[in-house]
Design a protein around this ligand. Structure first.
Ligand code: AMP
Ligand code: MG
Length: 538
């Protein structure tokens, strides 16, 4: 690439490319599809695009990288974050990894359309890896093109930033750039390919290492490569665990179990369904990574998945996520095993995952209900009954919990009869005519139990209200909202992206002029592709 040139605006960026410096790379530098062995990455240049246009950038992520608004709106920024230009200090590469897809070992996958540009050390001495998604083919692209379309790029860009503001561990996104080049996709794999606008997201994370990065070396018996990657990961991302050694490897695994569980508990709290929890989509840092056919629960339904590719098995549906994360962790354990040669510590950590899951899930549900100290024995039945009730008639999860904060336990205690329309969360029902006698009796019984429970808790209702509002978001990136932003962006209008990003900055705060973004899914969106049905085609 000829235009390696820092120019004024990016001069201050300090690159420290530890991954390519400390780990062995693929000696082959030509860009063709291949199996890459005994190496962690292949150097590769991003493809050129014809007319990069910035649709949006995230001010918060820019700040992490010490980039000013001026810089982010410069034409130079477009060139760099579309892959048309490299900055001094960048050393682009694609990572080699494998993975279990839908429960089966899939062999080598790798960054087929992600190109890491380099690692920045910011003013606060934090390490941030910059990665372009959709910047062209790499040795890992297999039979695909290395590109990404606007709709999926927009979904990743807005959702990852929304997740950050919701307090869910996640990779970040710096920019969303439309390339000016068309990309052909068969959205539902039904023989109707269409041209769509191409786009590139710049993702940012302290590390993009996945479970699959370890699995590939273990599966191939490349123990030296495995050890080097594990040691590198400990040194760069887990220095507090100490010098690499057998017990450090175990502590690493324990810590990944903890952070992965934390992440999944957050998903369950906010109603997020990842959609493709393959082991190549599991970050070693316990961050949500690879936003593809993800979705947000509308009606509460543990069986729901937005991913049409998974409609039959529902392996990755909402309710399965905690146990799938554990299954994925057991694959990571298998991958690390040759460094420890003792299964017991891994089994123990996986058992602890189950115990902690139960505890944390109870605590999380308690928090959503305004209960500080959960007593498993008595609270479990209360919570179970609620989760059952939420499924008996289509009930919007986000609105239900948010509006439950206004529940008046004293009024309930008077025992006076009232109509469903008087419920503070009446608006959460998609079809109020489904509230039949049976349901209504059962719900009232639950509300009485809940009122009693709150009375025992003894928290002033204003405090409970405030606490509940801190864990029950008012705004989430509802599936149809992302689709509306896509429809507009495909017509060249990025304003809804900006607007959504703005609303999702404060998801726990009532924003009276933004009520429209807190509404339940309109009927037109119930079965519209992109709103309720998504495929892996992106
Ligand atoms: P995903 O299901 O998106 O996590 O992707 C699984 C694997 O397929 C990863 O190795 C991706 O890099 C690769 N992949 C997905 N889409 C493309 C594409 N358009 N071009 C090249 N590789 C891709
Ligand atoms: Mg992936």
């Amino acid at each position: 690439m000829t235009n390696i040139d820092q120019k004024d605006k990016f001069e201050h960026l300090v690159f420290d490319n530890s991954f390519t410096r400390e780990l062995p790379g693929d000696p082959e530098t030509a860009n063709y599809r291949r199996q890459v062995t005994n190496a962690h990455y292949s150097r590769v240049r991003p493809a050129k695009v014809s007319a990069p246009t910035l649709l949006s950038f995230s001010e918060e992520t820019a700040e992490l990288l010490d980039l000013s608004v001026n810089t982010c709106t410069s034409s130079r920024f477009n060139d760099v974050f579309s892959g048309n230009a490299l900055l001094q200090g960048m050393d682009p590469y694609a990572m080699c990894y494998g993975g279990h897809q839908f429960g089966n070992w899939a062999g080598q996958l790798g960054d087929g359309r992600a190109i890491n540009l380099g690692e920045i050390i910011n003013k606060r001495n934090e390490r941030w890896v910059l990665q372009l998604k959709g910047a062209g083919a790499t040795p890992y692209s297999r039979n695909a093109d290395g590109l990404a379309v606007l709709r999926s790029s927009l979904r990743e860009y807005v959702c990852s930033e929304s997740m950050f503001h919701l307090g869910v561990p996640t990779t970040r996104a710096l920019s969303l750039i439309v390339t000016g080049d068309p990309v052909e996709r068969d959205m539902f794999y039904d023989g109707h390919p269409q041209e769509e606008p191409g786009a590139i997201v710049c993702r940012v994370a302290p590390s993009f290492i996945r479970f699959g990065n370890f699995e590939i070396h273990s599966a191939r018996g490349e123990l030296e490569a495995l050890k080097r990657l594990v040691d590198y990961t400990i040194k760069t991302s887990f220095p507090h665990l100490g010098e690499p050694a057998t017990d450090t490897y175990i502590r690493l695994f324990e810590e990944v179990c903890t952070s992965t569980l934390d992440m999944v508990i957050h998903w369950m709290r906010v109603g997020f369904v990842h959609g493709v929890m393959n082991t190549d989509n599991m970050s070693i840092l316990g961050q949500t990574i690879d936003y593809g056919p993800y979705g947000w629960l509308e009606g509460y339904d543990p069986d729901w998945t937005p991913n049409t590719t998974d409609r039959m098995g529902r392996r990755y549906c909402f309710g399965n996520q905690p146990k799938i994360a554990q299954w994925n962790l057991s694959q990571l354990a298998n991958a690390l095993y040759p460094l420890v040669n003792d299964a017991a510590p891994f089994e123990k950590a996986l058992q602890r995952y189950s115990i902690n899951f139960k505890k944390q899930y109870l605590a999380m549900t308690g928090a959503k209900l305004g209960i500080r100290e959960v007593a498993e024995h008595t609270d479990q039945p209360l919570f179970d009954e609620l989760y059952t009730l939420l499924q008996l008639t289509e009930t919007d999860m986000t609105i239900f919990f948010r509006d439950l904060a206004a529940f008046d336990r004293q009024k309930m205690a008077t025992g006076k009869a009232f109509e469903p329309t008087a419920l503070p969360f009446y608006n959460a029902y998609y079809n109020p005519t489904q509230i039949n006698d049976d349901y209504w009796q059962r719900l009232q019984k639950w509300l009485q139990m809940y009122a009693k429970r709150l009375q025992n808790e003894g928290m002033p209702s204003s405090e409970r209200h405030e606490r509940m509002n801190r864990v029950n978001p008012k705004y989430v990136l509802r599936n149809y909202l992302a689709q509306l932003a896509i429809d507009a962006a495909e017509q060249g209008d990025g304003s809804l992206v900006t607007e959504l990003l703005d609303v999702m900055r404060q998801p726990y705060k009532d924003q009276p002029d933004k009520e429209q973004y807190a509404q339940k899914r309109p009927e037109w969106a119930r079965n519209r592709p992109g709103c309720s049905m998504l495929s892996c085609s992106s």
